[in-house]
Design a binder for this molecule. Structure first.
Ligand code: TNX
Length: 537
């Protein structure tokens, strides 16, 4: 109690001293009235109240954090870097400035009971200060994304020597609707470089995603170095769909992705898909193969023809090594065992296999996720089912008391074509235009009780895409809508309102050089980078 009091007094003193610097200041600028409630925030916050003034972000603004430990100073520096990307301003973090400081952004660790989760935050913006309150640096990081989204792309006067970016004033109270807010990248059908994955992480972080699931193995490729089984990458990683090159992440590179994701408060979920989708592993080590045929590298796009031999102890010894090595470099709580489309595995063998793998995953202290088919085995309620196709399996998961991740293909699959003219993508589940990807209700989806829903994941399978431009074409803008579906409450989601905010993402997407699909359903805002116009030709 006493320390809390001291901390509060200290914070007030710092604030007071800083704002006191403003006593001998320049004349006040009168900005036109603002309205925070119509700012272009995605996902839409829980509660937004406008006070119609402006906080002038300029070179006389400084960033302070109430504590430098537990990630807070890093979040302050991240904010400064991101402000620099838009404005070229260099805001000091936790340093006394030689210039006078007119306004401050103060990131405050708070144990207030109003902050229900680690990701909850409050953002209070007045003319002189922007204050973020959160329990953890994770909450502050989510708040910082909101702050970034309300910085105008251009200053009040681009020709002025000391430009100012007017930020609308008001209060935001925010918290996530679902904790699991994910996307998946299939780096197995086509390989994507560490740089590509990092760019995807940057974009996901901006929209408050918390999970990136990496589909690290499939028939066409094995993409993660396993030191005890080196041929997996030497042989299994040597090709991809269409036969060009392939590739894999060394464990060092995988750790680099994991660390980069962690700095963006995104958890990596690694997937080794089995017992089906295992041709690349079986080519590397033929004793694994259980389909009775001779295996060779595969560069096509069929599914369902491969299986591990589920009755051999050596297969489980192999899996134990794989799960152990990957778990050791994965700080997040999950390990995804795939389990989908094992069409050539006998039903009994499949159940036996999933039961065995569940034990291995537990032994390595991870919580197992699997595609919805895994619920047909005798797994316990700790495991998580990812609902992509079978409602029957989803119901069975609920019966078993399991959590479910919603990835209904006809809504959430990012690899579905927008329409019949889409350059990339498949349409086996549906054509998924931008509105259809957004207009559905995860709460109680197809009768699954909301309390069983861990969250939503938007998977991007890569049979039809082989580079980052094509990846971005399918993922954006639909991934932005899934972010809102998983963070914002049902009352705060509305297509007509969303589509205006989405249109206003164009300047950000252009600045990030994202080759999004410029759907005609959206009246894209022109940006000073004018990339959208070029694309519309
Ligand atoms: C189904 S979804 C698959 C993938 C394909 C995808 C293409 C799932 C668990 N399996 O193997 O890549 O469709 O849309």
């Amino acid at each position: 109690m006493k320390s809390l009091l001291i901390k509060t007094i200290l914070s007030i003193t710092i604030l007071g001293a800083l704002v006191a610097c403003t006593e001998n200041k320049k004349p006040e600028i009168n900005f036109p009235p603002t309205d925070l409630t119509v700012a272009n925030m995605i996902p839409k916050p829980l509660k937004t109240i406008a006070t119609n003034n402006a906080f002038g972000l300029d070179q006389f603004t400084a960033i302070y954090t109430s504590q430098t430990e537990n990630g807070f100073a890093e979040v302050g520096q991240y904010l400064s870097d991101k402000i620099n990307e838009v404005t070229k301003l260099n805001l000091l973090v936790n340093e006394r400035s030689e210039n006078s400081v007119d306004r401050i952004i103060y990131i405050n660790q708070s144990d207030s009971t109003d902050l229900a989760t680690n990701e909850s935050y409050q953002l209070y913006i007045t003319k002189d200060s922007a204050i973020i309150n959160s329990k953890t640096a994770e909450g502050a990081f989510r708040a910082v994304q909101t702050f970034r989204q309300i910085i105008p792309e251009t200053s009040n006067d681009t020709l002025a020597e000391q430009p100012i970016w007017p930020i609308p004033t008001g209060k935001i109270i925010d918290a996530p609707n679902f904790e699991y807010r994910g996307s998946m990248l299939d780096v197995a059908r086509h390989f994507f470089s560490v740089e590509d994955v990092k760019k995807y992480i940057d974009l996901l972080a901006y929209y408050k995603y918390s999970i990136l699931h990496l589909h690290l193995s499939d028939d066409q490729g094995w993409r993660i170095e396993i030191k005890s089984w080196p041929k997996l990458t030497e042989v299994g990683g040597s090709t991809e769909v269409g036969g060009e090159g392939g590739g894999f992440y060394t464990q060092e590179q995988y750790k680099e992705i994991v660390d980069y994701a962690a700095a963006n408060y995104i958890t990596i979920v690694p997937e080794i898909d089995m017992p089906g989708h295992t041709n690349a592993a079986s080519v590397s080590y033929p004793f694994l193969n259980g389909n009775g045929k001779k295996v060779k590298l595969y560069e096509g796009t069929h599914v369902g023809f491969s299986t591990f031999d589920t009755r051999k102890d050596t297969v489980y010894a192999f899996i134990d090594d794989v799960v152990r090595e990957i778990s050791a470099i994965t700080p997040g709580p999950y390990f995804h065992m795939g389990g989908d489309e094992s069409h050539v595995t006998k039903k009994n063998d499949y159940i036996h296999f999933v039961n065995k793998v569940e034990k291995i995953v537990k032994k390595h202290r991870k919580r197992m996720i699997g595609w919805d088919e895994i619920v047909t085995a005798d797994i316990d309620s700790e495991a998580v089912a990812q609902f992509w196709a079978s409602k029957e399996n989803a119901d069975l998961a609920v019966k078993k008391g399991m959590k479910v991740i919603l990835s209904p293909a006809k809504r959430a699959y990012l690899d579905m074509q927008y329409d019949s003219l889409s350059k990339h993508g498949l349409h086996w589940a549906a054509f998924v235009p931008v509105d259809s990807a957004y207009i559905w209700t995860p709460e109680n989806y197809e009768g699954i009780p909301t309390e069983n829903i861990l969250g939503i994941e938007a998977p991007l399978w890569s049979e039809t895409i082989s580079n980052i431009d094509e990846l971005e074409y399918l993922a954006f803008p639909r991934a932005i809508g899934h972010a809102e579906l998983s963070w914002s409450t049902q009352e705060n989601r509305d297509w007509d309102n969303y589509k205006v905010r989405l249109a206003n993402q164009a300047p950000y997407l252009d600045r990030m050089d994202v080759k999004y699909y410029p759907s005609k359903l959206i009246d894209w805002k022109k940006s000073k980078y004018s990339y959208t116009e070029i694309k519309k030709d």
